[in-house]
Ligand binder design. Structure first.
Ligand code: PEP
Ligand code: MN
Length: 260
């Protein structure tokens, strides 16, 4: 696996497991600073939070935009955490790249080849989510657009695919972990929140992905999930996350990896 240097302190290597956590969307200064501080205390080093949100319905909360990026930067200053946020659009890319330590490409943009080509010109770590209608080979092809100018700091994210199964929001494809490991040199980060769709399924999916050899997790955590402006049902409370974090640490100890 390639080493992914995120900042001077965080480097994802073979013997490490990266934990990313934070709310689906940045909603207010109070919300993001509060949850970031709590997550940092637990040991999380990378904070997630959407500022530009890819919502299925235009009536849904679209994110705070640039204000959201500024709040993420404040959370980074307050806690020392690195920040990851989604870039949806070529026009926003320079702005998002100014703030983010890791650029996130969402499931819906996984095959937006023009956007991927533009991102390839930035020397930044990228988390490339799998399109929910894409095969593993299509995901790998998308990553080649990101690396076309020499950037090797690419992480895949399996976040569930569409299948005939309707009892969860998406079907988490755990098989993608060994297949991606066999075919590529990039780490695989499991997002258990979006396939689960409800918070009680997040833990089993997270633990399954960890045991199957994922290189990290990205989990949605909100200080008060019922009040969340997006993905309210699937976000974990901080105590729920803390409980899960301990289990993830224990599984990784068995596998010889340290959670960073
Ligand atoms: C997200 O992680 O904020 C998100 C929108 O996920 P996805 O692109 O996988 O739907
Ligand atoms: Mn979400």
């Amino acid at each position: 696996m390639v080493d992914i240097k995120i900042n001077d302190e965080i480097r994802l290597t073979d013997d490490k497991f990266l934990m990313i956590a934070g709310p689906c969307s940045v909603e207010s200064e109070e919300q993001i600073i509060r949850v970031a501080t709590q997550l940092r205390k637990i040991g999380v080093n990378v904070l997630r939070g959407g500022a530009f949100k890819p919502r299925t319905c235009p009536d849904s909360f679209q994110g705070l935009g640039e204000e959201g990026l500024k709040l993420l930067a404040k959370a980074r200053d307050a806690t020392g955490m690195a920040i990851i946020t989604e870039v949806m659009d070529m026009d926003e890319l320079p702005l998002v790249a100014e703030y983010a330590d890791i650029l996130q490409v969402g499931s819906r943009n996984s095959q937006n080849f023009s956007l991927l080509k533009k991102i390839s010109r930035y020397d930044k770590p990228v988390l490339l989510k799998r399109g929910f209608g894409n095969t593993v080979d299509e995901l790998i092809s998308s990553s080649k657009y990101l690396s076309m100018n020499g950037n090797k700091r690419i992480m895949f994210s399996e976040r569930g695919i569409r299948t005939f199964e309707q009892s969860t929001r998406f079907t988490l494809d755990i098989s993608a972990i060994p297949v991606l490991h066999e075919k590529t040199e990039y780490p695989v980060i499991i997002d258990p929140s979006h396939p689960a769709g409800v918070n009680r399924y997040v833990e089993p999916l997270a633990l399954g992905g960890t045991a199957a050899g994922a290189d990290g997790l990205m989990i949605e955590v909100h200080p008060d999930p019922p009040k969340a402006l997006s993905d309210s049902a699937q976000q974990l409370t901080v105590p729920q996350f803390q409980n899960l974090y301990t289990k993830v640490k224990n599984i990784n100890a068995v596998l010889g990896k340290t959670v960073i």
